[in-house]
Design a protein around this ligand. Sequence first.
Ligand code: SF4
Length: 376
Amino acid sequence: MKKINHLEVILKISERCNLNCSYCYVFNMGSEIALNSAPVISNTTITTLKSFLEKIAEEANPDTIQIDLHGGEPLMLKKERFIHLCETLRSGHYKNAELRLALQTNATLIDDEWINIFEKFNVTVSISIDGPKHINDKYRLDHKGRSSYEATLNGYKSLCSAAARGILPFPSVLSVIDPDSDGKELFKHLYHDMQCRNFDFLLPDCNYENPTNTEGVQRFLSDICDAWFEQNDPNCDVRILTSHLTKLAGTSRYIALGITPQNDMYKAVAITVTSTGDIYVDDTLRSTLSDLFVPIGNISDSTYDQIANNRHMRELIKIESSLPDDCQECIWKTICAGGRPINRYSKDNAFNNKTIYCDANTTWSKCCIPRRTGYK
Ligand code: SF4
């Protein structure tokens, strides 16, 4: 039997969103997959998913199964259906695997009832906000062009209040980097104003066909790095920094979407499952419109073997486990590995390019090392 350590399912429980963030890879980068899917997951698909996970657990015996409750905006699923989803998945028998339920939300719809549901079913919550109002509202507006900032902050405060009462863990925060913003201002807002101690920054889902201001990203990352070291708080985890530093220290066990065979001691598999049960590889790749992002099966009849041996999954494994030509001689290759597939893509070379954030990665690594070690 093939043993895997970790199965991650990016589950699209709602394929619609109450916001209309301009950079959204699901709705605003040319893909129509979400809009052509069922608006929300059905009870039938929920039941099928439980059987699918039980089958995978039998076949591959993972230690953990993590269900990332995603959208669109996942809380657009009605509470009754969400409860049914959690009850059904929690009632499954997954051999030796621990089932984790993790929610990524814009937090605008969170109320006390949602808090009780998260508590009852042990759902961990991460919220999306891009910084103070003037930064957040550059991209994260609703369909009528109205601010999402206050509603998100209110949701965040409700979660923090529940955490202070011991009902939930404190929420983590995920921000997409705005290359024109000031990293130190962002850090101050998250750390001091929002009192957040667990946050992460996402590189914009850009590539050679859809470029961005990479110099701005480079400056932003250096600023965040400086602000974090200056704060010198061991209880503050900025994941993009800590994961980078553990890679520099050679101790990382990171999980990428797809299958990560780089470390034979730890094998993780990640798939995307739509509201109708179709299975895809790395969710972010939908915005490339490449033929890698096509259904590779459906949870109603797919086995682990079929998923692992699917042509598109194998292609993604190959992309993730081999360096682009440009990176072969690079001294940072064991840390950077050419970057995320989404940031490597071009129509001409597909994924055989170094990440568009190459300069940012090298500059930032050079900045981290002296900060961490004292060496210049
Ligand atoms: S993307 Fe740049 S930094 Fe990363 S491995 Fe390739 S050449 Fe090196």
